[in-house]
Write a protein that binds this ligand. Structure first.
Ligand SMILES: NC(=O)c1ccc[n+]([C@@H]2O[C@H](COP(=O)([O-])OP(=O)(O)OC[C@H]3O[C@@H](n4cnc5c(N)ncnc54)[C@H](OP(=O)(O)O)[C@@H]3O)[C@@H](O)[C@H]2O)c1
Length: 306
């Protein structure tokens, strides 16, 4: 981590104690966060869809901090059986989780439908987290201490308008609109979690990491050389994954005791050091029907009691 960030992190006064699960912790912002948190002393679980990419991320963290405690668990958030196996493993390992950071995500992917009929960006970026919460909740509550449940949003959620058709792939399919909708879904899910977790040990938190050049951006524009070049140049105005990870590190502070939304404080909220935002961002008008539809889809296609 750059020296200036180290100073910033030192000021946060983080305890370095406890266990943090990071989904998609093998790459980009999740990796930058995991590396820093491991260096601070936290026990890190990299929950990844590809175990060899997870092991290589673990090796890089251990290279930087040989005493770090890092484990790799398999989790593909887009596949409900993988989510189920992951939850079963967490429970059978009696993993004492303090922070669950839902970071994994995809961006502007071609049209695809999951086995259960959900559009892949909404499925991966939102519904996988919905399932994780649903299936982990009784276990997390049984731990008897606070668990921070961190969701990852994006600035683009502000410009989206929800329509339940996004669950199944709103046609004609627009990659960018589906991504924005998946992040608006996260903002609405966060609103639901604030109500659902009230008075319980689970503390819902939301982070918008800001814009940074990661494999997410590279993969999205790999076939559009000019856009990729523009993104590379714009890197000067965006921030690094390390700086983007400061938002989720900020949320580890003991003083964060209530639901909170954090993002960069720079112009247009694209980059910069973290600050807290208004809790509810974006057009959340469709919120009630969205929550009801999520529950309906869950009962029809994912419920364990089917
Ligand atoms: N970069 C930005 O400018 C930006 C801006 C706003 C929000 N975000 C959000 O920040 C988060 C992290 O993005 P990033 O930029 O760090 O991208 P990244 O480097 O591509 O990291 C995304 C991670 O998610 C994992 N992932 C993707 N699909 C998965 C699945 N089905 N199951 C499990 N893991 C999966 C990827 O695994 P693989 O390595 O196996 O592909 C990777 O580890 C995302 O939620 C993204 O939407 C990013």
């Amino acid at each position: 981590m750059a020296k200036s960030y180290s100073k910033y992190i030192a000021k946060l006064g983080l305890s370095g104690k406890g266990t943090i699960v990071v989904t998609g912790g093998n790459s980009g912002i999740g990796f930058a966060f995991a590396k820093e948190a491991a260096t601070l002393g936290y026990h890190i679980i990299l929950a990844v869809r590809n175990l060899s990419r997870g092991e290589s991320a673990k090796s890089k963290i251990l290279e930087a901090s040989p005493l770090a405690k890092v484990e790799v668990y398999e989790l593909d958030v887009s596949k409900h059986d993988s989510v189920r196996h992951f939850v079963d493993k967490v429970i059978s390992d009696c993993l004492d989780i303090d922070v669950f950071y839902c970071n994994a995500g995809i961006y502007r992917t071609p049209f695809a439908i999951s086995e259960e009929g959900l559009e892949e960006q909404v499925n991966t970026n939102y519904f996988g987290n919905y399932l994780l919460y649903k299936w982990l909740k009784p276990y997390l509550l049984s731990l008897g201490h606070q668990v921070r449940f961190v969701l990852t949003s994006s600035i683009v959620a502000r410009f989206a308008k929800w329509d339940d058709a996004y669950f199944f792939g709103k046609l004609p399919y627009k990659k960018a609109k589906a991504y924005s909708a998946s992040k608006l879904a996260i903002n609405m899910f966060f609103k639901f979690l604030i109500e659902d977790c009230k008075g319980s040990f689970i503390l819902p938190l939301l982070v918008h990491p800001g814009i940074c050049y990661t494999p997410l951006i590279y993969k999205a524009f790999a076939d559009r050389k000019l856009v990729l070049l523009a993104n590379r140049l714009l890197r000067l105005f965006f921030h690094s994954p390390e700086k983007a990870a400061l938002g989720s590190l900020y949320l580890l502070q003991e003083k964060i005791e209530f639901p909170c939304f954090v993002g960069p404080r720079g112009p247009f909220h694209l980059s910069g050091y973290p600050k807290t935002y208004h809790l509810y961002q974006g057009n959340l008008k469709g919120y009630s029907s969205f929550v009801a539809e999520s529950e309906e889809i869950y009962k029809e296609r994912f419920s364990l009691d089917k």
